[in-house]
Design a protein. Sequence first.
Length: 267
Amino acid sequence: MTAAGPRTAPTVVKLGGSCLEDLADSWWDDLAEHGGTRPLVLVHGWSKPLRKLGPRYREPSAILRDRYGNQSRWTTPEVIADIKTVSAELGEDVLGRLEARGITAERVLGSDGLVTAGPGERLWWKDKQLVELENLVGPITDVDASALKNLQPGHAHLVTPLARDTEGREVNTDGDRAAAAVAGAVGARDLVLVTDVAHLLIDGEPVREISADAAAAFRDKGATGGMRKKLRAAGEALERGAGRVVIGSAPVSELLSGRAGTVITRT
C-alpha cells in the first residue's frame, strides 16, 4: 500500500452496534461532509441487530467469560452465519445513507483477506465451571490494508470485523479492537469510537482529554464492560501509530474538534 500523506490520511470510525440505528440524519450529513475531504474506513458492530434477530442472543448464556475475565460472544458456525445476515442488511443501509450524500462506498468482509486472527482462548466459564469450549473467536494478528483498494476522499469502506484464523476458519473478533488494528494498518490519524455514551466518566465526572497511560490505568482498575474494551482498543490504536482516539456519541466533526466526547492521546 502506498503510504497516505498527511492531507489524505484516512479517518477510521467504529460504528457501535448498540447505537447505529439511532444515529440521526444530521449525524450522517456530518460524516459525509468529513468524508468529502478524507478517506473513510468504517468498522461496524452488530450487537443490537443480532439481539433483534433471535431471542437466544439476548440470553446471558450467549456471552462467555474466559479465565482472565474477558467477555466474548459464544460463536459457532451458525452464529457466524447470523452475523453475516445482519451485517449484510446493516451494510445496505449504511452504504445507501452515504451514497445519498455523495460518498461512494463499498462493503468489505474482514475475513476476505483483510483481517487475520491467531488462536483463540479455549477455556471458558460455563455454569460456574471452567471448561474447554469451541468458540470461533480469535485475537487479531494482522491487517492487510491492500484489501482496501480506494482510500481516497469521497469514498468509504465499510468493514465487517470477521477474520480468518491460521486454520482458514472464519472467526469473530472484537469490533473496537478490529477498528484499532485497521487504523494502524491504513495509517489513520484519527480513530473515532462512536458509542451510546457521551464520554468517558471517571468518579462520575466527564473526562474531556486523557493520556494513554492514564486511560490504561483506569481501564485496569475502574472501567467495566464495553468501556473497558474501548480503552483497550484506544491504547492499541495509539501503539500502532494513530495520533489520537476519540470516544463519544456526537457527530464526528464535534468529536474530532474536542467539543464533545473524550480524546485519548499518547501523552
